[in-house]
Design a protein around this ligand. Sequence first.
Ligand code: PSV
Ligand code: MN
Length: 426
Amino acid sequence: MKIEQQHIEGVNKSYLKSHQENYDFLANNLTQKGINISNLLGKLKAFQVAIPSWALGAGGTRFGRFSYYGEPSSLEQKIQDIGILHALTQTAGAVSLHIPWDIPEDYAAVKELAEGLNIKFDAVNSNTFQDQKDAKETYKYGSLSNTNEAVRQQAIQHNLDVINIGNQLGSKSLTVWLADGSCFPGQNNFQTALQNTENSLKEIYKGLPSDWSMLIEYKPYEPNFYSTVIQDWGTSFMLANACGEKAYSLVDLGHHLPNSNIEQIVSILMLKGKLGGFHFNDSKYGDDDLTVGSIKPYALFLIFNELVYGMQNNPQNPDLAWMIDASHNVKDPLEDLIQSLEAIQEAYAKALLVNQTELKEAQLNNDVVKCQEILQDAYRTDVRPLLAQARLESGGALSPINSYRRLNVRETLIEERGKYTVATGL
Ligand code: PSV
Ligand code: MN
């Protein structure tokens, strides 16, 4: 299924009048505060987030998986789904492939399909957390950190293969997330595991094309529950420094122990020019992979406030690879992703409203109350008409979720693909 412009325009008609009223009201208020609206709209339109190829099917837990039917069963169908998301939201202009789940069979055809839908190939993700069919070595006791050299070599080679696949599609970065670690005290020697990992990452780094970057993701636990080799941002930062200037840390919102100050982590990494990638999700307890902004929207805003500050003040930090990394059991995955995309744009827009000059002045005066007022004034602004206007100007839907439902997208996908198709992924 492909959503055409006239379908979106047709549905937009019924929302146009109330949108115009809401937008005019907001635009007036913001203009009176000295905010440049067209500049703001330009930034929102330019902000694109990659959809991971594994998130288009029903999510699941180890206790079960409940399909929403009509899942994409090939890479081409996954890209078509992202095309639907992008047509409606105009903010999902990239796909992040997970290899080996999504190795293209026909590169030229896949590229052409993506190009036709305005979708770029963002970071490619390797997978050494599962054993693949017919693999010679097992990752049961680790991959890049394994004490067995043959296992490490297999994992290094896999990452080099992933770079090669991404290179043929136009990707410019490799994301490495390791499940390596231990489940019980004494199982691993921490120092050996870290040294092996560093050496393996350096081998992969050697294979990076000159215009590529390597993004090193960290996670404190799961699937290993006693120790994880790359457990936190400090370890990731250390490894990125050891590898070289094209290696960066990647922050995944769900990969922190409860109550970690993620905004501070983001800020320091950007100051050091080492934040390369970002995975969005939300959580109540751990790496819950819930819809972005569904649990802690204020925390997301504070994180975005630091991201915006870094983007404006830290030229030493590269452009970031943004990706949604959320998926679960109870929603239509496409509706879920639309909600995540909206929440990301909302937090970004609010962060853009923060008056950085006034904030700096209040900070210098130690006016703590004013500092809080400035942040919360931006956070409490209902920016949704602004997002809708940015979408409208880019040819998207004023109300993506309602349009998705009114255009009977899921029903059409089920008709086209059948009910019981299953997407590759977790
Ligand atoms: C691991 O929890 C992770 O966040 C990594 O980014 C993986 O690539 C992704 O989730 C999917 O397994
Ligand atoms: Mn992630």
